[in-house]
Design a protein around this ligand. Structure first.
Ligand SMILES: *Cc1c(COP(=O)(O)O)cnc(C)c1O
Length: 423
């Protein structure tokens, strides 16, 4: 292992994606490793927001059909631009809602309890919002979440075993919802195998791609995944509260969505104003109301960069960055009490490294005070996400030097070992 700074500089020189860094606003004197919580603003996203405001100013009501990006078709256009990131057809994707509302919509559409098949299968490590949504979907159908939500446990609290999930796919399961990448440990689930096993048992399956889209490639169509949903403010850098996305496999086109609204309509029929819905014959049917255009706009700029860079190249660089980070941790930070708790293999490792340490909360505060932005996850986790489009190998090298100094000088002891309001 070469621990010299020159080695990092050399990796940066060979990096074909290095030019994208200049497209972003990197906070001054900061090493930003939190792009899996909130991605940075790019110049293209900023421009796209300004263009949206201008189109409103210039066209008023006619902006729905006129201008460079007619608003009426924008959600579908952004869906088509997102499709290559997840291995889907353009018509299978639409940009709409938020992660949580999309999960409600898709559960309302795909959770069809009947006879003895009434349960929902999830996992014990998913993000709370997903679990709350699934519990309320059970309650809406009159089932008690205490005995109708099955949550597959992890043996070590960080990693799920595919075999455990498959064994939980019993005859009473009506729907499966799992994350593509776990938000803490960064584990990539084997979506292909899980989908195959679910379908062998006649169970529809959907994935939450919040932590994978824009960082890890998917082949959702090929795998036959029934549905998926994701946010766009993490690896997709579309800004706080930006409009989310969803995918529905084409084999499900033509059905009424669980939660209907006039934007579920076929575009041609929508303004006939009939009281009988004619649903769009594509993923657009899962929209509900008028799109939030001001917070969808930044995606137009942001997704252009993903198109140019290519998700395969992004994944390749991301793996090199996290590999380099893990190697430096293992050679420079031994004896300080850190454990690398993410899976190390390339097939199972997502876009971030997950370190555990009893003083994690205050180590994160000390890192922030020194210009490195990680994030803390209760009770003892530090997530470090070097992002392919804007982080460098030198960022990774410097982070390790800073962390080593914090540990050597015990600088974290100046801080309380508790999380802030947002962590
Ligand atoms: C970020 C994230 C969310 C957030 O949901 P919102 O509706 O965007 O607030 C939900 N689930 C997972 C797995 C996430 O990573």
């Amino acid at each position: 292992m070469n621990t010299e700074k020159a080695y990092a500089a050399n990796l940066d020189q060979q990096d074909k994606l290095a030019k994208f860094r200049d497209e972003f606003y990197i906070p001054h004197d900061t090493i930003y490793l939190d792009g899996n919580s909130l991605g940075l603003l790019s110049k293209r996203a900023e421009q796209a927001i300004e263009d949206m405001v201008k189109s409103w100013k210039q066209y008023a009501i006619d902006g729905w059909t006129e201008g460079d990006e007619p608003w009426y078709y924008l959600s579908e256009k952004l869906g088509a631009m997102s499709a290559p990131l997840i291995g889907a057809e353009a018509k299978e994707v639409v940009v709409t809602g938020s992660t949580t509302t999309n999960l409600h919509q898709l559960s309302a559409s795909f959770y069809k309890p009947g006879g003895t098949r009434t349960k929902i299968l999830a996992d014990a490590l998913n993000f709370p919002s997903d679990i709350y949504a699934l519990k309320s979907q059970l309650q809406l159908k009159g089932y008690d979440p205490d005995d109708h939500l099955i949550q597959v446990e992890s043996k070590d609290g960080n990693i799920l075993d595919t075999r455990d999930i498959v064994s939980a796919m019993t005859d009473d399961v009506a729907l499966i919802v799992l994350p593509a990448v776990l938000y803490r440990s960064g584990q990539v689930l084997d979506m292909k195998t899980l989908t195959h096993e679910a379908h062998k048992r006649g169970i529809p399956i959907g994935f939450d791609l919040c932590h994978s889209i824009g960082s890890v490639p998917h082949q959702l169509s090929d795998w036959g995944v029934d549905f998926a949903l994701w946010c766009t403010y993490k690896h997709l850098n579309a800004g706080p509260g930006s409009v989310a996305g969803l995918y529905v496999n084409r084999k499900h086109f033509g059905h009424e969505p669980g939660l209907a609204g006039w934007f579920s309509s076929s575009k041609e029929k929508q303004f006939d104003m009939e009281h009988t819905l004619t649903p769009a014959q594509n993923a657009g049917a899962y929209q509900i109301g008028t799109p939030h255009l001001l917070s969808a706009a930044p995606l137009l700029g942001s997704l252009e960069m993903f198109t140019k860079a290519g998700i395969a190249n992004i994944r390749q660089k991301s793996l090199l960055l996290t590999h380099y980070l893990m190697e430096l941790i293992e050679s420079e930070l031994t004896g300080y009490g850190f454990t690398i708790a993410n899976p190390k293999s390339e097939t199972e490792r997502g876009g971030h490294v997950f370190l555990e340490h009893p003083d994690a909360a205050r180590i994160c505060k000390a890192l922030k005070a020194d210009g490195v932005i990680p994030d803390f996850r209760k009770p003892n986790g530090i997530r470090l996400a070097p992002v392919a489009l804007y982080n460098t190998f030198t960022d990774v090298w410097e982070t390790i030097q800073i962390l080593k100094t914090i540990m050597d000088e015990e600088r974290y002891k100046y801080f309380e070992n508790e999380r802030g309001i947002i962590a």
